[in-house]
Ligand binder design. Sequence first.
Ligand code: PLP
Length: 355
Amino acid sequence: MKQYPVHRAAALKPKPDPDTLVFGKVFTDHMFLMDYTAGQGWHDGRIVPYGPIPLEPSAMVFHYAQEVFEGMKAYRAPDGGVQLFRPMENVKRINSSCQRMCIPQLPEEDALAAIEQLVQVEADWVPSKPGTSLYIRPFIIATTPSLGVHAAHNYIFCIIACPVGAYYAAGINPVRIYVESEDVRAVKGGTGYTKCGGNYAASIRAGERAEENGYAQVLWLDGVHRKYIEEVGSMNVMFKIDGKIVTPALTGSVLPGITRKSCLELLHSWNLPVEERLISAQELFDAADSGKLEEAWGTGTAAVISPIGEMGWEDRHITVCGGQIGPLSKNLYDTLTGIQWGNLPDPFGWVVKVV
Ligand SMILES: *Cc1c(COP(=O)(O)O)cnc(C)c1O
């Protein structure tokens, strides 16, 4: 495996208190950088002290948002080791995002080596308190100084990392969700299946509106019919309706989550009936009204499983599972987190030890 040169920081920062960590505010001592130059390819991968990246104001990323990113975590195992969860899935997904955004793809093994080596260099930053982890943010930006609307000729691949506290420090609390009927996050043919900054920029207004109205997240509908459920906030979404697990199919506007994929693989291994298909808000609210909506939850790296306790849609309002976490959501949460933190066996070979 590739070994990148490491330029160590002259002074190391103090590690933050694991009890009061706020997501994404404190960054580790080092970062990974690699450059792309047209004609030369990806070159000069290196680990350097965390710090500003000089960019021209005309750098293309600032104007046309040619950018992709990933989100993953390193977990402290009970034996003191550090492990990643399905990291090659993140590498493959950033390359799929790159393809859509005309960004040159990363050599898979080199990208994985970069993630692993940065985590090894920053191993002391992986907290060990239950539920905590080191969040890893790989991203690629277009740096060519030009205002022409074309694919850039220069890019930077960067990886930064930040220790994060337990998502459910105060226990798992089901959230209130609002079905967004006006703004849409993505459309088929657009960039919904990629992790790109632009999708998030488009989602902020609805998120702020939902928060102002006392809801934690937005339930996104499809951009064409404004009818079919796609995602919840920046998570995939699943429902248990009349004994069956139903989740929106990956139609192009839905992000193919690694937590979603892992949940589906677990559910299949438990011999539970799973349907990946279109599901309308109408069907969902009708199921709730007739007592058939048993559970609802979001899936994503940050929360793993985020149970949904209440949903609002125009003038309709439903409560799910009495506002409590349901038994299946709990089982998925316990199993996935058990594997991720190394407290349960890993029958699927999902875990990659790096320290
Ligand atoms: C990252 C993301 C997800 C969840 O993906 P995971 O790989 O499970 O973390 C879901 N939806 C959107 C829009 C996302 O950006």
